[in-house]
Ligand binder design. Structure first.
Ligand code: PEP
Ligand code: MN
Length: 374
């Protein structure tokens, strides 16, 4: 039984301006757990697809890897009992056959799988000729070409109901988010593929229950076309992603808050905290770039020392400055600022080089006297 015209195509659904809503537990754990969530979602009536992971791409062996084919039978039962179409992740050809055999209505490709073009191609070939919606998550790295390439592999085998899921990107620095949102990446995908529905997975971006609402709201404000949210009857006992799953009640409350256009529940402090976290991760990147630059500068000092070349070389400095002022200007940075910034970096670099050449420990700026770079 199909309820509420749920068979509508993805494009048709999002073109009405209604966000596409996919919800359900991270993993299928038992028939009761699935039914518990699905019944609550069905009663609320705003969820279009019920999700559950059957094969779980876990970071470490020995952790819960998903129930496998048995859980597909539970998904079929959920569909029979509630009328909700069901969705699951497929990561190889066999998963596709099993999922289709058990009547799964929507397939998604996980972030780890999307990072491997051979696997994406294998899955695309397995789906060829089947009219089923396919949603492609972003790869782990913020690589829009790889994401677009994976989507095109599905387009080329004739999948017409295609969409993307923004689930954030891996990051080695510290952050309050599990995966960095880097909103500019889904925006570039939208620019390249304007008709492609892109939905937001705030659960995997946030990694923490209390941050899911703010990311969900931000995703919709960014113009994304829907949400995929992890919902579990008892999140703290979940066998995977227990920190980030919502109870059915809090999920329903979230949908209502999002629907209430007058009310923004992202308090200014929360929004500020989110933006500051993004700033912090960019600062980490700046420091990473500076330490790498300094290491290269030290290697250069050894060559200068061995060949009796001066540390400060006016012509080279002139080239460095001209290049960055021009590049920065093109990106909207004021030339005076770029000049000040790079003069300071260059000064420190010369200071460290001079200390290396003189074989002195680089203690304080005052101890080493070299030609200052302006
Ligand atoms: C998931 O949706 O449960 C999942 C494993 O997602 P991702 O591929 O984004 O990590
Ligand atoms: Mn998960």
């Amino acid at each position: 039984m199909i309820v509420n015209g749920l068979t509508k195509s993805l494009t048709e659904r999002v073109s009405t301006g209604n966000p596409l809503i996919i919800a359900g537990p991270c993993s299928a754990e038992s028939p009761e757990q699935l039914l518990d969530v699905a019944k609550a979602l069905r009663a609320d009536g705003r969820t279009h697809y019920f999700r559950a992971g059957v094969w779980k791409p876990r970071t470490s062996p020995g952790t819960f890897q998903g129930v496998g084919v048995e859980a597909l039978k539970w998904m079929a039962m959920v569909k029979r009992e509630t009328g909700l179409p069901v969705a699951t992740e497929v990561a190889n050809e066999r998963h596709v056959y099993e999922a289709l055999k058990h009547g799964v209505d929507l397939l998604w490709i996980g972030a780890r799988t999307v990072s491997n073009p051979f696997t994406v191609q294998e899955i695309a070939e397995a789906i060829r000729g089947v009219d089923i919606p396919v949603l492609v998550k972003n790869p782990l790295s913020p690589d829009v070409d790889l994401w677009e390439g994976a989507i095109n592999r599905f387009a080329r085998v004739g999948i017409t109901q295609l969409g993307a899921i923004h689930r954030g990107f891996s990051w080695w620095g510290k952050s309050i988010f599990r995966n960095q949102p880097y909103w500019s990446i889904p925006s570039s995908l939208k620019e390249r593929m304007p008709n492609l529905p892109i939905i937001c997975d705030p659960s995997h971006i946030a990694g923490r229950r209390n941050l899911v609402p703010i990311i969900a709201q931000r995703g919709l404000e960014q113009g994304l076309n829907g949400l995929m949210v992890e919902v579990h009857p008892s999140p703290e006992h979940a066998l995977s992603d227990s920190q980030q799953q919502l109870t059915p009640d809090s999920f329903v409350a979230l949908l209502s808050a999002l629907q209430d256009l007058q009310r923004s529940f992202a308090l200014p402090e929360e929004l500020l905290a989110e933006l500051r976290t993004e700033v912090d991760s960019i600062d980490d990147l700046l420091l990473w770039a500076l330490t790498n630059r300094m290491e290269l500068s030290e290697q250069i000092a050894n060559i200068k020392s061995a060949n009796s070349l001066p540390v400060f070389q006016q012509a080279r400095w002139g080239q460095v400055l001209d290049r960055v002022v021009q590049l920065g200007g093109g990106k909207g940075l004021r030339p005076a600022f770029v000049k000040r910034l790079f003069s300071s970096i260059h000064k420190e670099s010369c200071f460290v080089q001079q200390a290396l050449v003189e074989k002195k420990p680089a203690k304080s700026e005052k101890q080493v006297n070299f030609i200052s770079s302006k």
